[in-house]
Design a protein around this ligand. Structure first.
Ligand code: AVJ
Ligand code: FE
Length: 447
């Protein structure tokens, strides 16, 4: 190795440490903002049986950080040895968490700070090579993503909270020109699904492998409020024929009549976004629908949901090179010109707002705005190896969960990429979930 190579490697590692420190600071700024926005009563209370008290999420974020970075990576003594069980998501379902003897808001804030101080020390002193867990700072990246995932969950808790609005953000950009909603043909043929090279990709995104995908057609944009409203107005929620058997049973049981947080006001529809009630924006992607609603809407529209593989091919396939990109727009990390991510705006952007984020085939707004339901269950890719713990992905594999792709306005760029896989129960609609339609290509189209 030449001296120049060594210098470069040293620079590379310093850049990586800086990158980790910046990402840690950014995720912490967000969890702090989400918890500082409300008073202590609000922090400890349960806003919905579906969610944890905000103070549980915050301490759980710090507890995971302590387990992986202070104790495992750093080999240090526990900051607190007595609370692991209380903040273990597998020990206590969300509904039961308010009854636990949780750390108070004051104790939580000091625990969170103490852990982070130790982590910054570990970051400065640990060689980022040798063990797979620290190679490319993976464990730090995993913990950044974990905090950001909980930040999105905490944002969903804010959406369920009642009372005066406490969160404020700028409006997303408007479409810069005329918007033509269209269908896009994705040609059939081989495609590389997943990744083996993305340093912070989680276990379920690995390994990269080739799949053969028949030609299909996908909408350029996610389904909008106005399109979804047509389904509502046409009586779609009362017509069993659009719904799967499980979907109809749930529609009946939960008495679904419109997306969550829509309110009927005479002959117009309003929606509640973080406590602010306003008329529906027609060309904004619909959000807060469950998988069953997405599936019924697609059937009513004469189409279907894309499979997870189709979604990823639409997002990553570059027909000119046959290569899979990191993101629809290329290999560059997401910037504000590409996608509505990171809680910069507290709503999806109108369709057409992100021309710079389009895929080579012209599919738009795949990343950010709303998570998109796919028709796929959660399965391991061939060659999957649980890493670094089975409870991130493996214990969820099977038919109980449906896959969501692309991230939402509430998701951070660090926890969202072309290969990123999210999952939830098909009845969930407090999440920032919408959909995009697809269909099989007709023989005359696919030639
Ligand atoms: C990948 C979003 C389904 O929130 O349950 C957080 C992420 N895993 N803590 C979830 C996660 C452990 C997970 N999802
Ligand atoms: Fe967690």
């Amino acid at each position: 190795m030449t001296a120049a190579d060594e210098t470069q490697m040293f620079d590379g590692i310093e850049t990586l440490r800086d990158r980790v420190a910046a990402d840690l600071a950014r995720s912490r700024a967000r969890s702090t903002a989400l918890t500082d926005a409300v008073d202590d009563d609000d922090l400890v209370k349960q806003h919905s049986k579906l969610m944890s008290p905000l103070v549980w999420d915050f301490a759980h974020i710090a507890n995971q950080e302590e387990l992986w970075l202070v104790r495992d990576v750093g080999g240090r003594e526990p900051v607190r040895h007595d609370i692991d069980e209380m903040y273990d998501a597998f020990q206590h379902p969300r509904a039961d968490r308010p009854a636990l003897p949780l750390l108070s808001p004051v104790e939580t804030r000091s625990y969170v700070r103490e852990v982070r101080d130790k982590v910054l020390d570990v970051l400065a002193s640990t060689p980022l090579e040798g063990r797979r867990l620290v190679e490319n700072a993976f464990a730090f990246g995993m913990i950044v993503q974990h905090e950001q995932q909980h930040n999105e969950t905490m944002l969903a808790t804010h959406q369920l909270r009642t009372g005066e609005p406490v969160l404020h953000a700028d409006s997303p950009p408007a479409p810069p020109g005329p918007v033509v909603d269209e269908e896009i043909l994705v040609p059939g043929g081989p495609f590389t699904l997943g990744t083996s090279v993305e340093p912070w990709a989680l276990d379920n995104e690995r390994p990269a492998h080739q799949v053969d995908v028949p030609a299909f057609v996908i909408d350029k944009y996610p389904v909008t409020n106005s399109a979804y409203l047509e389904f509502v107005a046409a009586g779609g929620y009362d017509q069993e024929r659009w719904w799967s058997a499980d979907g109809w049973a749930y529609r009946q049981k939960a008495n679904l009549t419109s997306p969550r947080f829509w309110l009927r006001d005479g002959d117009r529809w309003l929606r509640n976004g973080f406590g602010l009630v306003e008329p529906l924006v027609p060309d904004e992607p619909v959000v807060h629908v469950c998988f069953y609603e997405a599936e019924a809407f697609a059937a009513w529209a004469g189409k279907r949901l894309p499979t997870e593989v189709e979604w990823e091919k639409a997002a990553r396939h570059d027909p000119a090179t046959g290569r899979s990109r990191r993101y629809p727009w290329g290999d560059e990390d997401p910037g504000p010109q590409h996608a509505n991510l990171g809680q910069r705006h507290l709503r999806p952007a109108r369709i057409g707002a992100y021309p710079a984020g389009e895929s080579p085939l012209g599919v738009a707004q795949l990343i950010g705005d709303v998570w998109e339901w796919t028709s796929s269950d959660f399965h391991a890719y061939p060659g999957f190896v649980a890493f670094p713990y089975r409870e991130y992905s493996e214990v969820f594999f099977g038919p109980d969960y449906k896959m969501l792709r692309g991230g939402s306005f509430g998701a951070d760029a660090s926890a969202c990429r072309g290969t990123f896989r999210n999952w939830d129960y098909p009845i969930r609609r407090q999440i920032f979930s919408g959909l995009r339609l697809a269909r099989d290509a007709r023989p005359d189209e696919s030639q």
